[in-house]
Design a protein around this ligand. Structure first.
Ligand SMILES: [Zn+2]
Length: 342
């Protein structure tokens, strides 16, 4: 009888906790990365890296889903890395989550991160917000079935009555979250003046709950640098009307990031200038923010899973490089002879 009970218990564990068997890696970027998957992975990571990470609620989306943040390191300063501003760009969420797990493992075992000492994270931590727009991601991945009926009708209209939501970029109210930040918002060249699957800037900045939450979270933590991942096109935006005094400093870092990722530096199209996270971050903190567009160019949809491995390889160093750079620029103001790993 006893053996039998143990057998049943083991069976239940295998059925409902596959991670017990495949304990090695939690984040799986080889599958469509969903809101539920992210939530579950954050829980599992916290269980595995109890001491090394912190999880915080940034706020709620328009349809009541949680926007999560995770911090690695004990630094008194921090940098911030965001993904998933746009529904169809959830591959940036898998990228950010993969980075979080990879860095946690090295940090816990005190193993070098691409030549950098993981203890740097005890001087400059990293805050990750992997999915700024959970409603938009769900709409793009599952369609509108999870929303109240009235909203479904509205969203269908915003999608030009196309039942395929593959191209959805906005939040659950048809507002483009990267046209909502309060810097240069009034100068955004409007591509649409009504809520839409993409490009609608709203009637005033910080109208979208998601952006309001990200702004107050960021203001509380005052990061030294920021990276906000988008897709697609494999380019790196770095210039957001940075102060004259800061241009030289920030261009140098951008050049280095361009070398690391292989993404050429670029200027955003005219209609996309202003209202973005990086526009706001650079203006508010007078510190650098970078917007990489991952994946080769795909028209109005999510990049394919097959591109992930290459994008991960291009981007895996970015976080720790910026931690080291932040320390050098902002913490060692009296000069340091510390050698920089490139
Ligand atoms: Zn985007």
């Amino acid at each position: 009888m006893k053996i039998c009970k143990t057998g049943i218990l083991f069976f239940i564990l295998i059925q409902f906790h596959p991670q017990i068997i495949h304990a090695e890696k939690i984040v799986n970027a080889q599958e469509w990365y969903t809101y539920d998957r992210m939530r579950e992975d954050l829980k599992l990571l916290k269980r595995k890296y109890r001491e090394e990470m912190e999880i915080e609620l940034v706020g709620k989306s328009e349809f009541g889903q949680n926007i999560w943040a995770a911090k690695i390191g004990q630094g008194r300063e921090n940098i911030i890395i965001l993904g998933g501003h746009h529904g169809r760009e959830w591959l940036t969420t898998s990228l950010v989550m993969t980075k979080l797990e990879y860095y946690l493992k090295a940090y816990k075992k005190n193993q070098k991160l691409f030549g950098y000492d993981p203890k740097l994270l005890d001087e400059v931590s990293i805050w990750f917000i992997p999915m700024v727009n959970p409603d938009g991601v769900r709409i793009q991945q599952e369609g509108i079935g999870f929303l109240p009926e009235q909203s479904q009708r509205r969203l269908l209209r915003m999608n030009n009555n196309n039942p395929d939501f593959d191209r959805w970029k906005a939040n659950g109210l048809g507002i483009d979250l990267n046209r909502q930040y309060p810097t240069g918002w009034e100068h955004i060249k409007e591509k649409t003046s009504v809520p839409s699957y993409q490009y609608y800037k709203g009637t005033f900045p910080l109208q979208a709950k998601e952006v309001k939450a990200v702004v107050s979270f960021t203001r509380e933590r005052k990061p030294l640098m920021a990276v906000t991942y988008h897709s697609s096109g494999r380019v790196l935006y770095w210039y957001f009307k940075n102060d004259e005094a800061a241009v030289k400093r920030d261009k140098k870092i951008a050049d280095q990031l361009s070398k690391i990722t292989g993404y050429p530096l670029d200027q955003p199209e005219e209609h996309a200038v202003g209202g973005g996270f990086s526009d706001w971050f650079v203006a508010e903190f007078k510190r650098p923010s970078f917007t990489p567009e991952i994946s080769y160019f795909v028209e109005d949809t999510n990049p394919p899973l097959s591109v992930f491995e290459e994008e991960w390889n291009r981007n895996k160093k970015v976080g720790i490089y910026l931690v080291a750079k932040s320390k050098k620029l902002f913490l060692n103001s009296n000069g340091s002879d510390e050698k920089e790993v490139e």
